[in-house]
Design a protein. Structure first.
Length: 301
């Protein structure tokens, strides 16, 4: 097969590992920068051009869309879908997961455990907003923030009111969430491929920081998750409609709570922590999905 990896950065660990996995399994891999593509949208033969020419035949794509280009990246994935190319993560699913508020509403509708979350648009909603999530301490998040950026822990009601008012004053979209004290600054990253958790690690934030992101100085270790955590991670991915995702879970007194579903999870931390060849599992998943699609077409014909 010819597999396109949609990535702006061919030198990144995740991109390189996917290319290696494709080639090791006998496929041709091509790294495609979404911003260098342009689309011919028509009702007869839609196409994509890349670096001055038609991109040609591609069997499948593995989207690695950066958050900053979500709109254009999803449009490109959608164009591939219109051309009959299999996408490991579909455009609508990526869009769902990137909209933090929408993602939480979808999780809520499916009954997936999550921290109590509040959302408002006016300053006079602040006192009730704080009470809704159980009061201080609480977590305040920018809806557009990524990788732990734009996330603030307000330890008192006064601090919470001040931070929320400041964000409102900047016309920023925010949500507030209950603080899960028993998690103690750690979370679990579950890497889901298809309908299985193929790898999991526990991430611990540095002393004095409740955020556990590895690039912010957190540490990670391999962990064995519980059946309930496994079911929660898979249910969260299904709620988004994704095929590949990283699910961040907090261990709480009332069970696993989903913080986020990441449609472009990094491979470096999970592979080096667990010694599991995640890239190979992803490509294997793509192989099976493409074969299943071809089988269905044959039966219909």
């Amino acid at each position: 097969m010819k597999i396109g990896i949609l990535s702006q950065y061919p030198e990144l660990y995740s991109t390189r590992r996917l290319v290696e996995a494709c080639e090791r399994r006998g496929h041709e891999a091509v790294v495609i920068n979404a911003l260098n593509c342009y689309m011919n949208i028509n009702s007869v033969k839609p196409s994509i051009h890349f670096e001055g020419a038609d991109i040609g035949h591609i069997d499948a794509i593995i989207p690695r869309i950066h958050a900053k280009i979500t709109f254009y990246g999803c449009a490109l994935v959608r164009q591939f879908e219109m051309m009959g190319v299999y996408a490991a993560n579909e455009s609508i699913a990526i869009s769902r997961s990137r909209d933090k508020l929408r993602a939480l509403q979808l999780l809520s509708r499916q009954g997936v455990g999550m921290p109590i979350t509040g959302f408002a648009s006016k300053p006079n909603d602040i006192p009730d907003l704080i009470n809704m999530v159980g009061g201080a301490p609480l977590v305040i998040k920018l809806l557009e923030g990524t990788q732990g950026i734009g996330v603030v822990l307000a330890e008192t009601k006064t601090a919470a009111e001040s931070v929320i008012e400041a964000f409102f004053g900047l016309k920023a979209n925010i949500m507030v969430q209950e603080y899960i004290k028993e998690a103690n600054g750690s979370d679990i990253r579950c890497f889901v491929v298809g309908d299985k958790v193929i790898a999991a690690m526990c991430r611990q934030g540095p002393e004095g920081d409740f955020r556990s992101n590895l690039h912010l100085g957190g540490t990670a270790q391999k962990i064995k998750i519980t059946p309930e955590e496994r079911r929660t991670a898979v249910a969260a991915v299904k709620a988004m409609g994704l095929g590949i995702a990283g699910v961040d879970i907090l261990r709480s007194s009332r069970g696993p709570l989903v913080l986020e579903v990441n449609s472009t999870p990094g491979l470096e931390g999970i592979e080096k922590t667990t010694d599991i060849d995640v890239a190979d599992r992803i490509v294997e998943h793509v192989e099976k999905a493409v074969a299943a699609r071809k089988g269905k077409r044959h039966v219909i014909a």
